[in-house]
Design a protein around this ligand. Structure first.
Ligand SMILES: Cc1ncc(COP(=O)(O)O)c(C=O)c1O
Length: 485
């Protein structure tokens, strides 16, 4: 074919590089059939002269299309168009409609969501750019098997200072979030075909991980002291707990119940996994020390997360393991292909080391404390006819326990339609703990409201919408209820 037949001139004012423009032009002509299979493309030199570009630009474009399977190159015969079977064309030769790839912003009052408007973007950017300039290799290659040494060090100091857990850096394994850490722990600690005991209500992924690993799941119901202790010999070899701040109800486990769990672990030779996902957010009194810190027998594995205190999407969490388990947990990480991204690890270590992280943590704690307190006050003053709230003075969510004739699943659905991200408490429950408001039996029936995501004006607006959602649910007849069992 001739150069003129290609019918294309590069746009020199465009931001798109010329070689990419050539690729796009040839690709679309092949797709539309304007360039037929086996047709020969203009010689690189001729096309380059015609377009007024360097020959290397045309060669780069042709080679890119060879790599994509649109062109074939043969010594002596230049570049030809591949036959249809060699090229993957979209059905009908048409391109699929473009999808919106942007992530939806969180809904009002969405639980577990930090307010990313408070993220210290400027300080973080400075820290990342300084590292790129001064220690670039460190950002990509500095991580050992268990994480970046400086981050392991920073995490060990963090849990010592903030959680009363005397940890050494060698005990720290960096993961891509607490969720992944939970999966790794189950993989390493549960025996084949054994049982894992989980809080009911609790964090739903744990159950899914256990089931995916072929483990049986035992539900631990909750009373005022915390989760019930499994009976020794019932087959449970791992329990997963949120002792500092029960998820999603919010209470702290009593000192006596913690001791009972430690006694269970000693007698049953079981393991306790302590999921301490958000306990930096205690707004009154002293922090409750981590359970792992008082376990003299080394049967508690501690899990922490940076999702709530820093960023959900940075995907950074950690395990602090008793010495005897470090290798087994490392092997489970390898077996699962689990590894946290290297790049943010060095930056986060530096950020913590410089104290910027703690400046941020203190700031958000102050702001979240006010939002948390205001949400409780507003719910108590404006929603007491619908239910009641308990103030645990901790965490990122608040539960409104609903009057028994209000159905939390229906209400959460209505609220969602009004742009609210509130969850039904019963959706975190299994079996008889799940609410059955429509059938009149006792159970957990409430709404889980995120306290931290929105400022006070947004919170006010969100609560007005919630009131509208409740009023419209009250007026409409009850429907059949779907229990999540
Ligand atoms: C109880 C509990 N554990 C763990 C996590 C997960 O944390 P990450 O984002 O670090 O995976 C959450 C997140 O909401 C949680 O509520």
């Amino acid at each position: 074919m001739t150069v003129a037949a290609l019918g294309f001139m590069p746009d020199r004012g465009s931001d798109t590089p010329i070689f990419e423009q050539i690729c796009t032009a040839i690709r679309s002509r092949i797709r539309s059939g304007a360039l037929a299979p086996n047709e020969r493309l203009p010689a690189t030199r001729a096309l380059a002269t015609d377009l007024g570009v360097a020959r290397a630009t045309v060669v780069t474009a042709y080679e890119q299309l060879v790599a994509e399977g649109y062109l074939r190159s043969r010594r002596g015969s230049g570049y030809t168009v591949c036959t249809m079977g060699e090229v993957e064309l979209p059905p009908g030769g048409e391109t699929l409609p473009a999808q919106d790839l942007t992530e939806r912003p969180p809904l009002l009052l969405e639980a577990g969501q930090p307010d990313m408007r408070l993220f210290p973007y400027r300080a973080w950017a400075k820290c990342v750019s300084r590292l790129c300039r001064t220690r670039p290799a460190d950002m990509l290659t500095g991580c050992g098997r268990f994480g970046h040494p400086e981050l392991r060090q920073a995490i060990a100091s963090h849990v010592r200072d903030w959680r009363g857990l005397p940890a050494r850096p060698e005990q720290v394994l960096v993961t891509s979030g607490a969720t992944e850490a939970l999966d790794i722990c189950l993989h390493a600690l549960a025996t084949k075909g054994g049982a894992v005991a989980v809080e009911n209500p609790g964090f739903p992924p744990i159950r899914r991980f256990a089931e995916a690993q072929g483990l049986r799941v035992r539900d631990l119901s909750l009373d005022a002291q915390g989760a019930e202790v499994p009976v020794v010999g019932d087959g449970s070899d791992v329990v997963v707990l949120t002792p500092s701040h029960q998820y999603p109800l919010g209470g702290a486990m009593s000192a006596g119940r913690r001791q009972s769990f430690l006694a269970w672990a000693a007698e049953a030779r079981g393991w306790i996994v302590e999921d301490d996902y958000d306990s930096e957010f205690r707004y009154a009194g002293h922090p409750i020390p981590a359970m792992a810190g008082v376990d003299a027998l080394g049967r508690t594995v501690y899990i922490g997360s940076f999702s709530k205190i820093f960023s959900n999407s940075l995907r950074m969490g950690y395990i602090v393991a008793p010495d005897s388990l470090v290798e087994a947990l490392g092997a489970a990480m390898r077996a699962k292909g689990a590894r946290a991204s290297a790049m943010p690890q060095a930056a986060l270590a530096e950020f913590m080391h410089q104290g910027e992280f703690y400046r941020h943590l203190r700031r958000v704690r102050r702001i979240y404390a006010e939002r948390h307190r205001t949400l409780i006050d507003r719910l108590r003053s404006g929603f007491s006819e619908f239910g009641q709230v308990e103030d645990h003075q901790a965490g990122m969510q608040v539960v409104l326990h609903l009057r028994s004739d209000l159905n939390d699943l229906r209400l959460a659905e209505r609220a969602r339609a009004l742009g609210l991200g509130v969850d039904a408490l019963s959706s975190y429950c299994r079996g008889s703990s799940a609410s059955s408001a429509s059938s009149g039996s006792a159970g957990l029936n409430g709404l889980v409201l995120g306290a931290c995501l929105n400022d006070l004006d947004e919170q006010k607006e969100a609560l007005e919408r919630l009131r509208r959602a409740i009023s419209s649910t009250e007026k409409s007849p009850p429907q059949a209820r779907i229990l999540q069992t």
